[in-house]
Design a protein around this ligand. Structure first.
Ligand code: HEM
Length: 160
């Protein structure tokens, strides 16, 4: 689906809402995270995270079949290889990130963001033990995703 350059996105009825603060000015994640984990552990982290998403309150947004869910996880993992301080894997494979634009087909309100963050937090909590994430950098990863996920919110519902 070519969702880029289409505004508002074709699959949604709800108007697009843009967070008034603009893109977050958030600190970079130390590249020690990539160096400790490597691509393999980062991919394993995202498979576990997407399994949680697949059973969450936002599961309807994600592919239903295990195969396609894991493909989607691989895409996100490629992005996080870069965000954790590794090579520009996502950019090499898929082009410019344009993260907010790529999320526009999905109706993401604050409640969806919080559910996404809950799944991320649970995966993060087991990351030092299971995926070799350095424990001292878990806080920096969490701060990044809390800040950056706010910019993925594109729908304003009452009381959120
Ligand atoms: C730190 C914030 C986030 C980052 C860095 C991120 C990253 C990504 C990336 C790289 C993709 C693949 C995009 C593509 O190439 O098509 C993706 C897809 C997606 N993201 Fe996010 N995301 C974030 C937050 C969120 C939030 C808060 C939600 C809300 C539930 C969300 C829902 C989705 C969905 C539904 C997809 C499509 C999955 C599919 O391929 O079917 N994301 N995300």
């Amino acid at each position: 689906m070519d969702i880029l350059n289409t505004h508002p996105a074709p699959d949604r009825d709800e108007p697009v809402w843009t967070p008034p603060g603009g893109p977050p000015q958030t600190d970079r994640i130390p590249d020690a995270v990539y160096h400790a984990m490597g691509e393999e552990n980062i991919t394993a982290f995202f498979h576990a995270f997407y399994r949680r998403l697949g059973e969450s309150a936002v599961a309807h947004m994600f592919p239903k079949s295990e195969r396609n869910l894991m493909r989607a996880a691989d895409k996100s993992a490629a992005m996080f290889v870069f965000l954790f301080g590794g090579p520009h894997l996502y950019q090499q494979k898929y082009g410019r990130p344009m993260m907010r634009a790529r999320h526009l087909p999905f109706v993401i309100d604050e409640a969806a963001r919080q559910e996404w963050l809950r799944c991320y937090r649970e995966t993060l909590d087991e990351a030092p033990e299971k995926y070799a994430m350095p424990g001292e950098h878990v806080g920096a990863v969490w701060k990044f995703v809390v800040d950056f996920s706010g910019w993925m919110v594109n729908t304003k519902k009452e009381n959120t």
